[in-house]
Design a protein around this ligand. Structure first.
Ligand code: HMG
Ligand code: MG
Length: 295
């Protein structure tokens, strides 16, 4: 059966945006539950500046405290060499670098423009690979930017190609503020796939305007087979005004199952995990599946 690889980002993309402090022990339990539910890749945390994102200040405690399940990978975000060093010391074997197709967003999120971000990322990728770590690269704002508005597809292609050229094994294309619609998502993906092989591309849709599953469906039709998602629809970026959560992993798995696409995920265990973390955060799950009454 055709397979889709889900990259679960709730513990990072989700919890980086929570106003309330989530204890490291809860983050660790979340990640372990997700692994037990069959997710093959679980982004665990980010080694960014705690002055910028205090929610991730416990990155070392979370990564080093995890009981890792064999066969599961636990990537972490690193913005610079300092982050890479911290991640490596905490035992990371898979890191993710990140930039955007928008100068304006980058200035808010990482305090430099696109060109400077690529210069900053290059030695991070080189050193990570030399140390035997695998590297993913994120491109944010691929379908629009909260500060500059429209984003040119040519800028998305240029930045994605630069990251791939540097040695990022996978490039994740992020609709950070969930403004895309299926036709635009498809066209953007098609353009990037002319520069970066489809097998090395992942898609990352925030569901701010309810378009995430439709966008993913269009990208699956184009041949994408790696999809980022967030349990219980957790998420947002602290530097993208109004950005809400990613597509909920539960809803994504349900759609993929219906399409006959294998994920290896136990949907019941995942729904239970989504309810559990939502309960810890004091809210209803943002996933549709998490709200369906048990029969
Ligand atoms: P800066 O202020 O320009 O950096 O921030 P700096 O090098 O001048 O450092 C400032 C201070 O932070 C210094 O401390 C550094 O030591 C410290 P001081 O000397 O003042 O005491 N510092 C660090 N501490 C720990 N770990 C580090 C680190 N780096 C510096 N790695 C920087 C530049 C990139 C560091 C900052 O802007 C930053 O950390 N930004 C991260 C913002 C972020 O995490 N955003 C969310 C993730 S991206 C996202 O969510 C999008 C995504 O989901 C895809 C999508 O949806 O599109 C991936
Ligand atoms: Mg995101």
């Amino acid at each position: 059966m055709d397979r889709v690889r889900i990259v679960e980002v709730g513990a990072r993309d989700g919890l980086q945006n929570e106003a309330a402090r989530v204890p490291a022990a809860v983050k660790i339990e979340l990640i372990e539950r997700l692994a037990n539910a069959g997710l093959p890749v679980i982004e665990a945390t980010s080694f960014v500046s705690p002055k910028w994102v205090p929610q991730m200040a416990d990155a070392t405690e979370v990564l080093a405290g995890l009981h890792r399940k064999p066969g599961v990978s636990y990537p972490v975000l690193v913005p610079n060499l300092q982050g890479l060093e911290r991640a490596h010391q905490a035992g990371a074997d898979h890191v993710a670098v990140f930039t955007a197709a928008s100068d304006a967003f980058n200035r808010k999120n990482i305090n430099c423009d696109i060109a400077a971000s690529l210069l900053r990322i290059k030695p991070v990728v080189d050193r990570a690979r030399a140390a035997g770590l695998s590297v993913r690269g994120y491109v944010s704002c691929v379908l629009g930017c909260p500060y500059q508005g429209e984003v040119q597809v040519s800028d998305v292609v240029r930045v994605a190609a630069a990251l791939a050229q540097m040695g990022c094994e996978e490039i994740s294309l992020g609709d950070t503020i969930g403004v895309g619609t299926p036709g635009k998502a498809r066209a953007m993906l098609r353009a990037v796939a002319e520069a970066v092989p489809m097998a090395r591309i992942a898609v990352h849709f925030h569901d701010t305007r309810g378009q995430a599953l439709a966008n993913i469906y269009a990208c699956l039709e184009e041949g994408a087979r790696s999809v980022d998602a967030s349990v219980a629809g957790l998420g947002g970026c602290p530097y993208a005004r109004g950005a809400t959560g990613n597509v909920a992993t539960e809803d994504l798995v349900y759609m993929l199952q219906g399409m006959g696409l294998e994920t290896g995920v136990d949907l019941d265990a995942l729904i239970e995990t989504g309810r559990w973390i939502s309960n810890k955060l004091g809210r209803e799950p943002a996933s549709k599946l998490g709200r369906v009454k048990k029969s």
